[in-house]
Design a protein around this ligand. Structure first.
Ligand code: SAM
Length: 402
C-alpha cells in the first residue's frame, strides 16, 4: 500500500506553483475570515485581538495562504501554526508564503493528532484531511482538544452521493496495483479511466473534475489509499461523539429540505438536512463550521443591526444594477443553479453594502423608516444568505480602539 504520507510526498495536493502568488489569490471556503466570523462569532469578533490559528493538514497551502493574506490585508493580528505530514507539501506552502512576504506562519512537519501540543487555538482549519485518517474520529477528538474556549473550526469532509462512481474505482485500483509505486499506479489507472464506457457512474458524474486538473488531482480522487465519505447523519454522529456542534454549512440552501420537498411536521433538522443531501444527490463535500458542543452558537443574522454585511461572490454595484433593472440573478454552485429575485426598492440598500457599514448605518444612509428598512432588508437577507452570498463580519470596521 502507498501510505498517505508517501502519496502526498509524491503528489503534493493541490498542485500549485508558488510563482502564481504574484498574480492571484485563491479564495474559497472554509477559512475566509468574514465567513469564519459569520458562522463562529455571530459577525461580532473583536478582530483587534490576535487570532491564534491552526491549519491542520495544510497541504500546499490554499487555506493557509488565503487566511494569512486576508488577515494581513485587513491589518489584523494573527499567529498561524501549519501542520502536515508531507514535507513536499510544506515546501510548496512555505514558498507561497515567502512570495507573499507572510511572516505570521510557523511550519511543522507533524500529525494533526498532536494538535493539542501546539495549541490552544481560536480557529482551526481542517479542509479535506479528516476523511483521510485511519481513524478519523481520533482526528476530530484531537482538534477538539486543541480548541480554545470560544473558538471554532472550519472543515471540509467528503460526501458520498456527489462522488458516486469514485469508491468502486478506488477499491478496484487498490487491489489491482498492490505493491506498485504511486507513479506506476497513476499511469495504469489513467489508461483504464480513459476507456471507461459512457454509462459508467464515474464518467456520468458531472460533479467531479479533479482528475482532469492535474496528476495530484487524479491520484487524490481515484487512487487514494485512505478515503471515506460522510453523509450528513454520519458527520453529525462523529461530531456528537467528539465534542463538536455544527454551526452551519457554508451554503445552507443546499441542505434546506423545504426548497426541495414538503418537510414532514416535527422532523429533526439533521434528518431533514440528510434527506436534502439524498434528494440533491450532487453534494460531493460538506464544507462548514463547528464549535464546542457545550457552547453552541447560531450563525450571524441581520436581526442584530450592529452587524456589518458583506457580499461574497458578487459585487454590490453589479447586483444593485441588476436589482434596479428587475433582472433575475442567476446563481450557480457546481452543478446546482438557481435564480434570485429582489424588489427594485432593495437596489440602493445593496449598493450601499461595502463591508464597513453596519445595518444601522445603511438604514440611516438610505433614509428609510425602520419598518420599511426592516421589511426590505429581510428580503435581501433571505434571498442571499442561504446561498453564501451575504455574510456578516466587522473584520474591516475600525473602532476607535482597534
Ligand atoms: C487533500 S490534502 C488537503 C490539503 C489542504 N488542506 C487543502 O485543502 O488544500 C490532505 C493533506 O492532509 C495531510 N495529512 C493527512 N493525514 C494527516 C495527519 N494525520 N496529520 C497532518 N496532516 C495530514 C496530507 O499530507 C495532505 O497534505
Amino acid at each position: 500500500m502507498v501510505t498517505v504520507k508517501e502519496q502526498y510526498e509524491t503528489y503534493p495536493y493541490p498542485e500549485r506553483d508558488p510563482e502564481d502568488e504574484r498574480r492571484r489569490l485563491i479564495t474559497g471556503s472554509p477559512s475566509h475570515p468574514v465567513e469564519m466570523d459569520h458562522f463562529l462569532w455571530q459577525g461580532q469578533r473583536d478582530w483587534s485581538r490576535t487570532l491564534r490559528v491552526l491549519v491542520a493538514g495544510g497541504g500546499t497551502g490554499d487555506g493557509l495562504i488565503q487566511l494569512a493574506t486576508l488577515m494581513a490585508q485587513a491589518k489584523r493580528p494573527c499567529e498561524i501554526t501549519y501542520l502536515d505530514l508531507s514535507t513536499a507539501s510544506r515546501r510548496i506552502a512555505e514558498a507561497r508564503a515567502k512570495v507573499r512576504g507572510l511572516d505570521t506562519i510557523r511550519f511543522h512537519t507533524a500529525s494533526l493528532l498532536d494538535a493539542p501540543e501546539h495549541g490552544p487555538f481560536d480557529y482551526i482549519d481542517c479542509c479535506g484531511v479528516l476523511h483521510h485518517l485511519p481513524e478519523p474520529e481520533a482526528g476530530f477528538a484531537a482538534l477538539r482538544a486543541a480548541l480554545a474556549p470560544g473558538g471554532g473550526m472550519g472543515f471540509m469532509v467528503y460526501a458520498p452521493y456527489g462522488r458516486s462512481g469514485v469508491y468502486p474505482l478506488q477499491e478496484a485500483f487498490a487491489a489491482l496495483f498492490e505493491g506498485l509505486p504511486a507513479t506506476e499506479r497513476l499511469a495504469r489507472a489513467r489508461d483504464i479511466v480513459s476507456a471507461l464506457p459512457e454509462g459508467h457512474p464515474f464518467r456520468a458524474n458531472l460533479n467531479l473534475g479533479d482528475h482532469r486538473q492535474s496528476d495530484a488531482g487524479f491520484y487524490d480522487l481515484l487512487l487514494h489509499g485512505q478515503d471515506r465519505p460522510y453523509t450528513v447523519g454520519e458527520l453529525g454522529e462523529v461530531m456528537d461523539r467528539t465534542g463538536w456542534a455544527l454551526t452551519g454549512f457554508a451554503t445552507p440552501a443546499l441542505y434546506d429540505l423545504s426548497l426541495l420537498a414538503e418537510v414532514p411536521a416535527g422532523m429533526a433538522p439533521r434528518e431533514a438536512m440528510g434527506l436534502a443531501e439524498k434528494l440533491r444527490g450532487t453534494i460531493r463535500m460538506h464544507t462548514g463550521y463547528a464549535v464546542a458542543q457545550e457552547a453552541p452558537v447560531a450563525p450571524a443574522s441581520g436581526r442584530n443591526r450592529s452587524a456589518v454585511p458583506h457580499l461574497r461572490g458578487v459585487g454590490a454595484p453589479a447586483l444593485a444594477r441588476a436589482v434596479s433593472q428587475e433582472k433575475p440573478l442567476p446563481v450557480t454552485l457546481g452543478t446546482v443553479s438557481t435564480t434570485i429575485r429582489l424588489p427594485r426598492a432593495a437596489a440602493p440598500l445593496i449598493a450601499a453594502i461595502d463591508g464597513r457599514r453596519s445595518l444601522t448605518d445603511l438604514a440611516r444612509g438610505t433614509g428609510l423608516d425602520p419598518l420599511a428598512f426592516g421589511t426590505l432588508w429581510a428580503q435581501v437577507e433571505t434571498a442571499l444568505a442561504p446561498w453564501g452570498l451575504l455574510l456578516f463580519s466587522g473584520l474591516l470596521r475600525r473602532s476607535p480602539a482597534s
